[in-house]
Each structure stands twice: as C-alpha cells, then as structure tokens.
Design a protein around this ligand. Structure first.
Ligand code: SIN
Length: 198
C-alpha cells in the first residue's frame, strides 16, 4: 500500500465514501455497500500491466492483473460502491487486499459522456513506479502468461474471464480486455474462430 494522506480520510468527513472498482472489485467487491452504479473515469485507461505476487500469482511467478494508466482522451468504465457498515474495517481490508503495488487515489466519477456524477471516489491504482509493474507486452504473450499463472486467490485466467464477463454485463466497452480475453479463450480452445470452423 502506498501513502494514505491523499484526501480519502478528509473526504469521509464530508459525506459518503464511494469506492470505484475497475478490476476484481467489479465482480467480487467483498465489502458492505448500500448502492452501486456504473461510473467512468475520464483520462484513464485499464491495462493488464500490474504483476500479482499475492492473488493471481506468486512472488516467484507473478500473474497479470489490471491497473490504470493516465491517457488524454481515454476513459475507463467500472462500478462505484457507496460504502456501508464499519468503514474503518472496510478500508483496512481493502488496503490489505490491494497491498501489492496499489495506492489510494481520489478521483471524480463521470458519466460515459463526461458529466460529473460523483465528486470524489476512492480508487486503488498501481503506478508505473511500483516494483511489481510489468508493463506492456504483446496480447498473445500476455494471454499465455495469464493462462499459465495461478496464486492463492485462484487461477489468473479466472480473473480475466470474470472481468470480461462483468464488463459485458454492465454494458462497459473495453477493447483491451476483450482482445485479451479472446486471445486467452483461443489459447484454451474455448471457441473456434469463425474463419477456422469447417
Ligand atoms: C480494482 O478492482 O478496482 C482494483 C484492482 C483489482 O483488485 O483487481
């Protein structure tokens, strides 16, 4: 976990705490919340560039999970949750869950077209500077890496396929996740591409 003096505690004093999930927090939030909604972060893109030594891989062989990278004109759809229950315990659990490279950040939540919906949300982001950052690789290489990785939370391919499924269920387009999931399915023989079917 990175520094925590980032406005999150101040924000809690002013009203509700909203938490934005764009990876496993979309399909396994694992905390109490009173409301959720699809929200977009403008100026950020989702990428499978973060190493996972503790959930979907091991320290010797980290898996690949998502982080956010800033990019002008990009946008990333996810789910924002209004936190409920014991907020201190909830944050302590989340800090622990996201400890491998992720830092708390505060961002506004937008509609897909860019109107501000939520003034502030807590977002866990693993910056390029963290030691577990793996960065870019060709899609087939990342798919093969994900197919071969597994950690205490389960196989890495489950993380990718559940995210792909959840994004579709919420009507969120993400070409990076779609391409990676398609490459993984092809590798596993889950589907036969139309041009190869006879
Ligand atoms: C998130 O889901 O918002 C952070 C990344 C992850 O835990 O998969």
């Amino acid at each position: 976990m990175g520094p925590k003096g980032d406005g999150v505690n101040e924000h809690r004093g002013h009203g509700d705490l909203w938490i934005f999930g764009y990876g496993s927090l979309i399909w396994r939030p694992d905390f109490e919340y009173s409301e959720s909604r699809v929200v977009w972060l403008h100026g950020w893109k989702r990428r499978f560039y973060q190493g996972s030594p503790d959930h979907r891989g091991t320290p010797e062989s980290p898996g690949r999970v998502v982080t956010l990278l800033p990019e002008a004109g990009a946008r990333c759809g996810g789910v924002a949750y209004r936190a409920a229950g014991d907020i201190d315990a909830l944050l302590a659990n989340l800090d622990h869950r996201e400890k491998a490279g992720y830092e708390r950040m505060c961002h506004a939540g937008h509609s897909e077209s860019g109107e501000t919906i939520l003034a502030e949300m807590l977002v866990y982001v693993s910056p390029r500077s963290n030691p577990g950052f793996l960065g870019r690789a060709p899609i087939p290489e990342m798919a093969a890496h994900i197919a071969a990785s597994r950690g205490p939370s389960g196989p890495n391919d489950e993380y990718l396929l559940r995210l792909d499924e959840a994004l579709q269920q919420h009507g969120i387009e993400d070409a990076h996740v779609r391409r990676l999931a398609a490459a993984l399915r092809e590798l596993r023989g889950d589907s036969i591409p139309i041009n190869r079917a006879t």
